[in-house]
Design a binder for this molecule. Structure first.
Ligand SMILES: [Zn+2]
Length: 167
């Protein structure tokens, strides 16, 4: 539903724009002042537009008892991952009630190498329960290169890196 404003009395008139084609001209009669006027249907807004810029892959959060499956898009630079809490200022929050996931748990840094391909480096935030890749816990200074399909465990939660690259 949209509204058009009467050019004479400023009355707002609702109409169902989904019934009309882009570029079509409609004629209204204002129910208040009887003024007749035409409008042209503009282009419809794209719904849920993709964020600008090339994709940097994503993190798949595997469903468990604490949350449903989620896909968190990654961006260039630091992607700070943790449990969502109101007022959080991390840029990659997970909707979960897993108490063993810290509100700032680990960080994936996306950058481009000299060949122009994306690389992914994981580090612990540091967190209370640690960040694991396979059976290995990352120590504070560790910076681990991860690749498409790498499985990361934080608390009771499993994350999978999806670089979105063609294979
Ligand atoms: Zn009017």
């Amino acid at each position: 539903m949209k509204r058009v404003r009467c050019p004479k009395c400023q009355n707002r008139i609702p109409f169902d724009d989904s019934r009309y084609e882009e570029g079509q001209t409609l004629v209204f009669e204002c129910p208040e002042c009887r003024k007749q006027f035409g409008i042209r249907i503009g282009p419809r807004k794209q719904e849920e537009e993709e964020p600008a810029g090339p994709s940097c892959g994503s993190i798949i959060v595997v469903e468990n008892v604490f949350h449903f499956r989620q896909e968190l898009p990654l961006k260039m630079g630091d992607n700070v991952i943790g449990r969502y809490v109101p007022g959080t200022n991390i840029n990659t929050p997970i909707e979960t009630v897993d108490p063993s996931v810290d509100t700032t748990h680990c960080i994936i840094t996306v950058s481009k190498n000299r060949q122009g391909s994306l690389q992914y480096v994981l580090r612990d935030a540091p967190s209370g329960t640690g960040t694991f890749v396979g059976n290995t816990i990352l120590r504070d200074k560790d910076r681990l290169r991860i690749e498409d399909g790498t499985i990361i465990t934080i608390g009771a939660t499993t994350l999978i890196l999806s670089t979105g690259e063609e294979k």
